[in-house]
Design a protein around this ligand. Structure first.
Ligand SMILES: [Zn+2]
Ligand SMILES: [Zn+2]
Length: 391
């Protein structure tokens, strides 16, 4: 499952996430997940928008979507959509830098209530990731009181995240109630478990690896495998709390070096580098406008030099989505997905010989190299993705 997907437009073409793709509609997301990506559960994080709510109504009236037992919405008997809302809140009530959080809900009435309640504290509830005037702990309490789950989003990114811009510890933002209010922590594309488990307070939290997709193609570039009785909100909440055998079995995600914010980067000359000291400027041009990389931020706030993962922690498996494999363009991706049923089948299950039959020897070797982590990586930073290099 991929629990962080945005909506670009509603079915009438009205914007929800302005920077999102035009074809990133609720129905296209549900269809893409089932037919091309092989993803069973999608968290859609723009459901407080009344434009999205009315699309859900339309799909329900036409019979394409129905409430799933245990919460969530099932599309055509296949993909389950968990309705969610991404929200921005200042680190302290109304002041200073801010961070993103995601709330998930079981039912449409709950999402409607959240939409109404949040619209009292935001400017335009119909657009994605609105900034609320509530303090983070008020926001988390509100979500919890409404029966929702509250998650720290892309926890380390340099622009809007708890560890990246707000604080060195979750407890510094949420106080003594942190563990009760925050259900899980999303790692973000430029971090993985090995990096996050250097921070001692994270040992008790479940990690999520989600795509934060702004387009259909990018759905599933990070995802979670969970052991559940059935795909539903109730089962996902059990898994995040690690109750009754429900749990996250594995996190799949980019090698963090491929993420947009892995290295620190100069905003003036574009140089990317490791900057152990946040106060020192660009080593190339001396400018002081440096976007702090996630790797440097983690080094700065970590409790230990090595990861100390708790016993419950599942493996984090690196994957390079087809878009990152050198020489694999749109047409070839379409052909591969058609041949093997889904992108996940191409990435993880097809044999080298099967791949070679569809895409040729050279591409088959590269997909195998990506699967086994053997591609050479040029690290990302400052908003530019890393790249895998053909050898
Ligand atoms: Zn965000
Ligand atoms: Zn520079």
């Amino acid at each position: 499952m991929d629990l962080h997907v945005h909506i670009g437009r509603d079915s009438r073409g009205r914007p929800v996430k302005v920077s999102g793709a035009r074809d990133l509609t609720l129905e296209n997301i549900a269809r893409e997940a089932a037919e091309r990506k092989g993803i069973d559960v999608i968290g859609v994080v723009d459901c407080a928008s009344r434009r999205v709510l009315s699309d859900i109504d339309l799909l329900s009236q036409s019979g394409a979507m129905e409430e799933a037992p245990g919460g969530g919405m099932r599309y055509k008997g296949r993909t389950v959509i968990i309705p969610g809302v991404e929200i921005e809140a200042s680190c302290r009530a109304g002041e200073g830098p801010s961070a993103h959080y995601v709330a998930y809900f079981a039912t449409l009435p709950q999402v409607r209530e959240a939409s109404r309640e949040l619209s009292r504290h935001t400017t335009n509830i119909d657009l994605s990731t609105q900034k609320t005037r509530l303090a983070p702990e008020q926001l988390a309490q509100l979500v919890t009181d409404m029966g929702g789950l509250f998650v720290v989003a892309h926890a380390f990114t340099p622009h809007k995240s708890l560890y990246g811009t707000c604080a060195r510890r979750i407890a510094d933002v949420f106080g003594g109630e942190a563990r009760r209010l925050v259900t899980a922590v999303e790692l973000g594309l430029s971090a993985d478990t090995g990096m996050a488990d250097r921070i001692a307070e994270l040992a008790s939290y479940t990690f999520l690896s989600n795509s934060d997709a702004h387009s259909l193609g990018r759905m599933g570039r990070e995802y979670n495998v969970m052991r559940l009785e059935s795909p539903s909100f109730a089962e996902v909440s059990l898994a995040l709390a690690r109750i009754d055998g429900r749990r996250v079995v594995a996190n799949y995600g980019l090698d963090p070096r491929l993420g947009k914010y892995y290295l620190s980067a100069c905003q003036v000359c574009g140089a990317r580098f490791h900057a152990p000291d946040a106060a020192v400027g660009c080593p190339e041009c001396g400018a002081s406008h440096v976007v702090r990389g996630v790797s440097d931020r983690v080094d700065e706030i970590a409790d230990s030099a090595e990861a100390k993962s708790p016993a419950h922690r599942p493996p984090y498996l690196h994957q390079a989505p087809l878009q990152f494999v050198p020489g694999v363009g749109r047409a070839r991706i379409a052909r591969l997905i058609q041949a093997f049923g889904s992108e996940m089948a191409v990435l993880h299950h097809a044999t080298r010989d099967q791949l070679a039959e569809v895409a040729g020897e050279r591409i088959a070797d590269r997909i195998m190299a990506a699967r086994e982590g053997r591609l050479t990586i040029q690290e990302g930073g400052g908003g530019t993705y890393g790249r895998t290099l053909a050898d």
